[in-house]
Design a binder for this molecule. Structure first.
Ligand SMILES: Nc1ncnc2c1ncn2[C@@H]1O[C@H](COP(=O)(O)OP(=O)(O)O)[C@@H](O)[C@H]1O
Ligand SMILES: [Mg+2]
Length: 243
């Protein structure tokens, strides 16, 4: 996948969160977006997903410009799967209905087709027997796997994960990371923001390091973790890998 940013700029009031980024990110399947808190990772992910629009500049995903008009944005977004830290599944719908809803409401599948696809995914994500449970009846790890199933169900060209495990305890984190690793084995393409550094090192093809709204470096994951070139990245890694 090829991402190209051209003078990409995003501000919130006086706060320049994405600061005039011009860069090309080229990765076979998995990009890890790493960096200090507040550095702009979530915002960049939202720009790529068409959930925010830049103040200035532009971006393309596989040579296709991320649109700016509302109507084209809706179409664009419908081909991208997103999973956030605590994805709000619809609380009144059970797991199966949560997965089916975008398929019937946005992608025009018949209920039977949507159900078949949702059931297949529940099984693949080790959620057999949980389809009839509402989010409140599921563990945090199960809820995130339902959210992943929902994101994958639409057969997106790109998946975006923003700290999908940061609200989970270690055991549930492992369940969810396993599922994400499986997605890589299936050949899916995704961008992952995570604090799970060991996971990022093993799953990512490429790393982009973002701090203060700028991409300070990018490198193949192995290279980035063994020999970060900027002092900011060196300090960041020393700190997060210490404990
Ligand atoms: N919706 C928003 N409104 C105002 N400020 C925001 C908003 N989203 C993010 N910010 C600010 O933008 C900066 C970068 O945030 P974010 O992209 O969430 O960074 P990260 O994900 O790397 O922690 C932070 O200073 C944050 O407070
Ligand atoms: Mg964030």
């Amino acid at each position: 996948m090829l991402l190209h940013f051209h003078h990409l700029t995003k501000r919130y009031g006086d706060n320049t969160v994405i600061d005039d980024i011009t860069a090309t990110l080229d990765f076979p399947h998995v990009l890890a977006l790493l960096g200090p808190s507040g550095g702009g990772k979530s915002t960049l992910l939202r720009l790529v997903g068409g959930l925010e629009s830049p103040e200035r500049g532009s971006l393309t995903v596989d040579h296709e410009p991320v649109p700016t008009s509302d109507k084209s944005l809706r179409t664009y977004r419908s081909n991208i799967g997103t999973v956030f830290q605590s994805w709000n599944l619809f609380p009144h719908l059970d797991a199966l209905a949560n997965i089916m809803l975008p398929l019937t409401a946005v992608h025009g599948l018949a209920p039977d087709q949507a159900r078949a696809r949702a059931e297949e995914l529940l099984e693949r994500l080790h959620l057999n027997g949980h389809g009839q449970k509402r989010p409140a009846e599921l563990s945090g790890g199960q809820r995130q796997r339902v959210a992943i199933a929902r994101a994958v169900a639409i057969r997106p060209k790109l998946l975006l994960f923003d700290e999908p495990t940061s609200a989970l305890d270690p055991e549930m984190t492992a369940e969810v990371l396993e599922v994400i690793a499986d997605l890589k084995s299936e050949g899916r393409t995704f961008i992952l923001v995570t604090h799970a550094m060991n996971f990022a090192r093993t799953v990512a093809d490429q790393v982009a390091f973002l701090a203060n709204g700028q991409i300070l470096e990018q490198a193949p994951a192995k290279e980035f973790f063994s020999a970060p070139t900027t002092e900011t990245a060196q300090r960041f890694l020393a700190k997060v890998l210490k404990y």
